[in-house]
Design a protein around this ligand. Structure first.
Ligand SMILES: Cc1cc2nc3c(=O)[nH]c(=O)nc-3n(C[C@H](O)[C@H](O)[C@H](O)COP(=O)(O)OP(=O)(O)OC[C@H]3O[C@@H](n4cnc5c(N)ncnc54)[C@H](O)[C@@H]3O)c2cc1C
Length: 499
């Protein structure tokens, strides 16, 4: 019986379990699935934990199915629960709250585990954090405080996002280092507190939506390097890119340059009658945040589909574009284009954008670029900007989503040990090195085999676009397909080794 260890049971782990269930008939014989993670919040991970319903999923349910081959799976789940997930009569997308999407993840994994059990698979749960992963002959040993387990294959799904303590404020009174769960982290914020949020991306908008729902009345300043808010999701449209496709990409000479991609993007938009110059200007030379937010909200229901085509293309072939891109251009993306691309590619719901505009109208929200330092100052904090100006705040909330973010502390020990022993190696563009065609981990000698795989945000250096459910399901399916195609190992159960 093949033993497969899933290390990390968050959203990404959920996509792997679903992918294994979808392909179970392709395995030579039923296997044993060993699920290793602490028991709290399994399958929801950080993004979809039980928390305030004021925060919404940013993607429509049709794009967030657990199953690559069944995009309607999540929609059917929502319909069975009586939840509205189809666009309204104006074409405005509807979104589930993130905790409710977490319910889908829990139910979806339960369904997948039932499928595997019914097919004869054994499911075993180790309710602990893994402390080490070691190669052992033709298997992998996963260690945890209470013992260890040996499996034939392991997939690392430990997440990859930890918020950076960019200004060394961790432990300072009045500094909220991790805003999740929001209803706990922000529970004691006084109604009239003047707040500085470090960051202006997804996490910052979550903080704003939560503060608003909890009755905060004071002013909030989003202070970041870029001063960019996420863009506003446009009207629902059935779009299918015809230029930014895998086929056209395959025909381009290697390595692909950013200019090549821009040329395809222009052709894509202009073929659909759109204004590429306007879209490009909005990405590369964005107006100040509030002005851009208002304009995008005003324009969001127009019939122009250029933006949606490009956003769709990012989902469809974003990872392939990254894989083909010239190395120097990758550096350029990471160094200077990341915030702009991310703002464009990960839009927030219109309803969230409308609430941000309300906060601006009430003079309770400002977005400022060029943050330089944040320091403790008397009873509060001083936020300094590159232009010499500064803000005072009573409280500071950390909502940094830097491309160079560190690894999550829960996985730090495990990854550190695996690096030291040469089992895993750092990717030059961040995260862990993998064989890009298969997700197999590469060791420090650049070798891979079928024992250890990496899935999710730890593969950001390899694939770059690794922060959306749709990106995870594709890679999870590839790993499941690889595992299913391997010959069954010599009869050997995944037995616990000595602790
Ligand atoms: C605020 C926010 C909003 C988002 N909104 C959307 C959206 O609307 N649509 C979308 O498609 N994507 C969205 N995303 C992106 C994406 O869905 C998430 O990043 C995704 O949840 C990542 O899942 P994960 O499993 O990699 O990480 P996590 O959710 O962090 O889960 C990692 C798991 O690994 C476990 N773990 C860590 N270390 C160990 C260890 N040593 N041993 C065992 N287990 C370990 C943890 O306990 C945890 O359960 C959002 C992300 C964020 C942060």
């Amino acid at each position: 019986m093949t033993g497969i260890g899933v290390i990390g049971c968050g959203t990404v782990g959920a996509t792997l379990v679903a992918a294994l269930a979808a392909r179970h008939e392709q395995f030579a014989e039923p296997g044993e699935l060993v699920l290793v993670d602490r028991p709290e919040g399994r399958w929801r991970g950080r993004a979809y934990q039980r928390d305030t319903e004021a925060v919404l999923a940013n993607g429509p349910m049709i794009g967030m199915s657990l199953y690559l081959g069944d995009p309607e799976h999540g929609v059917r789940w929502a319909e069975a629960k009586g939840l509205a997930v189809h666009p309204d009569e104006q074409g405005v997308h509807r979104f589930l709250s993130r905790p409710v999407y977490g319910d889908y993840l829990e139910d979806g994994v339960e369904e997948a585990l039932d499928t595997l059990r019914a097919a004869g698979w054994r499911i075993r749960s180790v309710e602990e954090t893994a402390t080490a992963v070691e190669r052992d002959g033709d298997g992998v040993v996963i260690r945890y405080a209470g013992g260890s387990v040996r499996v034939d294959h392991a997939v690392l799904c430990v997440g990859g996002r930890a918020d950076d303590d960019a200004y060394g404020l961790r432990g300072t009174p009045g500094y909220i280092d991790d805003p999740y769960p929001l209803r706990e982290a922000l529970a004691d914020v006084p109604e009239d507190a003047e707040i500085a949020v470090i960051g202006s991306g997804m996490i910052a908008t979550d903080v704003l939506m939560a503060l608003r729902a909890f009755g905060h009345q004071g002013r909030v300043t989003l202070a970041s390097r870029s001063g960019l808010l996420p863009s506003v999701r446009r009207k629902a449209a059935r779009v299918l890119p015809s230029v930014l496709t895998a086929e056209r990409l395959a025909a381009l000479p290697r390595p692909v340059r950013l200019a090549d991609i821009a040329a395809l993007a222009r052709e894509e938009v202009e073929t659909a009658g759109g204004d590429f110059a306007a879209i490009a200007a909005d990405i590369m030379d964005p107006a100040p945040a509030e002005e851009r937010l208002r304009r995008q909200l005003d324009e969001g229901l127009s019939d122009d589909i250029g933006t949606q085509l490009l956003q769709r293309a990012v989902i469809e072939i974003g990872q392939d574009l990254w894989l083909a891109l010239e190395e120097g251009d990758k550096e350029q993306v990471l160094r200077s284009l990341h915030s702009r691309l991310w703002s464009f590619a990960s839009p927030i719901p219109r309803s969230t954008a409308a609430k941000l505009v309300e906060l601006c109208d009430e003079k309770r929200l400002r977005v400022r670029a060029g943050i330089e330092t944040v320091e403790r100052d008397g009873d509060g904090f001083l936020v300094r900007y590159e232009d010499g100006e500064h803000d005072r705040a009573d409280l500071v909330v950390n909502a940094v989503t830097s491309v160079y973010r560190p690894e999550p502390p829960s996985a730090g020990g495990l990854l550190g040990l695996a690096r030291t022993s040469g089992v895993l190696a750092d990717h030059p563009h961040g995260g862990i090195r993998v064989d890009e065609r298969s997700g197999r981990a590469l060791d420090t000698a650049g070798q891979s085999d079928d024992r250890l795989f990496v899935l999710g945000e730890l593969t950001r250096g390899a694939y770059y676009f690794v922060s959306a459910v749709a990106a995870f399901t594709r890679r999870a399916d590839e790993i499941a397909a690889t595992l299913a195609a391997l010959p069954a190992p010599a009869a050997r159960d995944a037995v616990p080794a000595a602790g």
